[in-house]
Design a protein around this ligand. Sequence first.
Ligand code: FUB
Length: 339
Amino acid sequence: ENNSETATQEQNNTSEKKYLSQPLVSDIYTADPSAHVFNGKIYIYPSHDIEAGTPENDNGDHFDMRDYHVFSMDSVGGKITDHGVALDIKDIPWAGRQLWAPDAAHKNGTYYLYFPVKDKQDIFRIGVATSTSPSGPFKPQPEPIPGSFSIDPAVFTDTDGTSYMYFGGIWGGQLQRWQTGKYDSTAAPEPSGNVAALTPKMAKLSSDMLTFDGPVKDVVLLDKEGKKIMADDHDKRFFEAAWVHKYNGKYYFSYSTGDTHFINYAIGDSPAGPFTYQGVLLNPVEGWTNHHSIAEFKGKWYLFYHDTQLSGKTHLRNIKMTELKHRSDGTIETINPML
Ligand code: FUB
């Protein structure tokens, strides 16, 4: 009898899903969490997923979001505050559809919310909105950032005060449509064969944080032999969700591999790269997309990510956080979202 009880228990244990961490927010769906520490608190700038009823396809039309909420936490594991609607698509004069993964920055008493949205020609551009408060509401500039394109802006401010935007995403993120410098809606979703993968992009931000100061540059990702990551290497090549953090004087570029669902990371000596591939930072989560950010709070580092624990649906996600550990050699311990 004892044996059969043990067998039942084991069955229960194996059929029950065990998540590394639990959703931070459960009354609305949230995704793509970009976290920053402002005024001693953690602020999270996520996408706000909704059931818009738009059919699913490879371009991500089912991610049909219309506003952003900002969240804050005084302590890890403490209460999370929803500050309400921080920016609504109806208030962005040039926007068409799909408010995707945002990021935020702070300079001289102003907070900046950077966001990708399709314009009225259905071309993704990156916009910026400002507020005197980290929780908004944010007032958008009347036009997108000149020269911006594609998705997933991530703004990193270096210790010298210079800010850089990293951005780009292939397939539905449209990065592949800009290879000639002009928009080409006929481009294949990504290159294939014996060619280098498409690179994420970066640009220095102007001192007012509202425009690019200088050209948009390629962010070169190299393998450990110093060769460019190749287009067919879907376990390693950049797909979307760029993020940069600085640790012990080194620059860490992390990103999603999209259809293979990893968050990988690469290390460089300068914010402009090149960055050398190191390995997987976060293994695949439940749901198709994997999108993260990394922030230091009170001497510890945290990974912010999402999965679909609450809904079981790829376009209705929930944000989570967990501790991230750098080893003494600077590499990062791989995080498994399921136990
Ligand atoms: O949330 C919409 C899009 O899905 C994001 O911009 C991508 O990074 C992916 O998470």
